[in-house]
Design a protein around this ligand. Sequence first.
Ligand code: PEP
Length: 257
Amino acid sequence: MRNFLIAGNWKMNRNAAETATFFNELSADLKKVPNGVDVLICPVYTSLQAAVETSSKINGFKIGAQNMHFEDSGAFTGEITADMIRETGADYVIIGHSERRQYFAETDETVNKKTIKAIDKGLIPVICVGEHLSERKENKHFDVVKHQVVEAYKNVATGDVSKTVIAYEPVWAIGTGETATSEQAQEMHRFIRSEMEKLYDANTANAVQILYGGSMKPENAGELLECEDVDGGLIGGASLKPDSFLKMIKTASELKK
Ligand code: PEP
């Protein structure tokens, strides 16, 4: 069966010193990532090194970046390559977060290029998809998410799908305090898995982790993680404090027993 993945997206928060403090506090209560649960934090680039070093006190803890460029080098001021992220010791990278799509001109095409490059370089891409509120109101949410998934996985080989993660993040639920109901989350996760089965095959679709993202917090993590096709969370605000992040790791590990 699939492991849960409890993933924190720190966005533009926590410098290197604050990152070290977070992991010093967390490691006082967590020595090892629980069985059946993968745990990941994605800090800002300048905190990656500190995160890799200070999270090493927690056995099995993973670190990731929040974005990358799809080229290997060149005149791309302000950008970073997959190799540079790997050099810090990070293993994951978030691709196509809705804030990147909304504010930084990320497109389905660049998401696909980045996905392919990340896999090629040994980084696990956490590919974000999700509809805007207006699209849900117009009943277009399944079409929107299907399109994003199909485009992201263009030219991704069957054998590489297990090296990827999908995060369903309804844009209207990110940072708003508004959460999708567990029924809405399960319905979309099942839909995404069925689309992956059409693109690939049942085994591949059943193996891929599909995370929910959008105001997940300790109070609602249990009911979301209980859904059959919800394999974890991509968590913004509630991942910034060690105690709240730890509660969600514990919820996931209880559900795995
Ligand atoms: C996110 O950053 O992907 C996210 C889901 O944020 P929040 O949990 O704060 O809604």
